[in-house]
Design a protein around this ligand. Structure first.
Ligand code: BTN
Length: 344
């Protein structure tokens, strides 16, 4: 009896959740359309024009404008209509037209990885995105903490590629190529890739990528790709291994613009996931190839010169004695010069 009632309640809740989600999507769409119309218009836009454009009542336009104002949009209202004066650099779903239905937005969350995992387990589709302005339990690779204060960009993208788990590391390559390409395109900075999936500027880490996979022996169920970018955060001077876009550029960036471009780049790179071009692009952007490296991988340390990556994304290292070694995972340290064999 007890369990029956529970499952009934769970069923009803699920239906309620679905309704709430549909409503959220509708509201997000409407807000997106209002913002688009206001941005396209240099003057005041009347409530009537907006309501005709969106096919909705003037009251519901007014309600959404009121809600946008609460979120930090400065919208002037006069008898002539509405005018967008300024907007906050927040990553609301409706700031990404065409994607807003796939975006789950949180002003604050433990980790976008946890939310994305939950969504994936409930059957959320390929391309679902979880964005947070702040994470209180952000995590990095190898169980490290990922500090996620306001001003950074934190999101997880849910993918369901039809590939064998052995090729899953290519998703890291794909994501890191997309981030580096975005930084190069928008700011002309020489962003480089450090194997397996860090993005560096002037040798300092500006972005970290964490991929979590759910798979069976021969097929991937889903991969959640978490991307953290030090955007408008300041990295303490003593943290010599990290930097932020703000610190490098000496000004704040538009996180919204960055993310819009990054989403487009990811989409392009996704098409190359199993193509040789992805490896080619990674190699062109790589700051690891041809460097002496020390790889701390589970159970062993590999020292030598990084000479290539293979089709699964594994790093190939030529050791001092000339033998070749493959690193499938681990931490990579770039060395200034050849290190002695004692490290091996
Ligand atoms: C690393 O370099 O160690 C990977 C860092 C990954 C951080 C991102 S931020 C968004 C997503 N949510 C998390 O908790 N971690 C990833």
């Amino acid at each position: 009896m007890q369990s029956n009632r529970n499952s009934q309640t769970a069923g009803q809740l699920t239906k309620t959740n679905i309704m709430v989600n549909i409503l959220k999507i509708k509201v997000n769409e409407m807000k997106g359309q209002i913002l688009k119309a206001l941005r396209e218009c240099s003057d005041y836009l009347s409530g009537e024009t907006l309501s005709n454009k969106l096919g909705t009542s003037r009251v519901s336009i007014w309600k959404q404008i009121r809600s946008l104002k609460k979120e930090g949009y400065i919208i002037e209202a006069s008898p002539k209509g509405y005018k967008l004066i300024s907007y906050p650099d927040l990553l609301f779903p409706y700031e990404f037209p065409d994607l807003e239905q796939r975006i789950h937005y949180f002003p604050e969350i433990g980790s976008t990885m946890d939310a994305a995992r939950e969504l994936a387990k409930k059957g959320a589709g390929e391309g679902t995105i979880v964005i947070a302005e702040v994470q209180t339990r952000g995590r990095g690779r190898l169980s490290r903490e990922w500090l996620s204060p306001k001003g950074g960009i934190y999101f997880t993208l849910l993918l369901r590629p039809r590939i064998s788990p052995a090729y899953a590391p290519r998703i890291n390559l794909m994501a890191s190529v997309a981030v580096a390409a975005t930084i190069r395109k928008l700011f002309g900075l020489k962003a480089e890739l450090k194997w397996p999936n860090d993005v560096l500027i002037e040798g300092r880490k500006v972005c970290g990528i964490l991929a979590e996979m759910d798979a069976e022996m021969d097929v991937v169920n889903f991969v959640n790709v978490g991307i953290g970018i030090n955007a408008n955060t300041s990295v303490p001077q003593f943290a010599k291994t990290a930097t932020s876009l703000k610190d490098v550029l000496g000004r704040e960036i538009s996180r919204k613009e960055f993310l819009s471009v990054l989403f487009r780049e990811i989409e392009q790179q996704q098409a190359l996931l199993m193509e040789t071009d992805l490896i080619k692009e990674w190699k062109e952007l790589s700051g690891t190839l041809n460097k002496y490296v020390r790889i701390l991988s589970p159970g062993e340390v590999i020292v030598g010169r990084a000479i290539d990556i293979d089709t699964t994304g594994a790093l190939i290292i030529r050791k001092r004695n000339g033998s070749l070694k493959k690193a499938l995972a681990g931490d990579c340290i770039h060395l200034r010069e050849e290190a002695p064999d004692t490290d091996i």
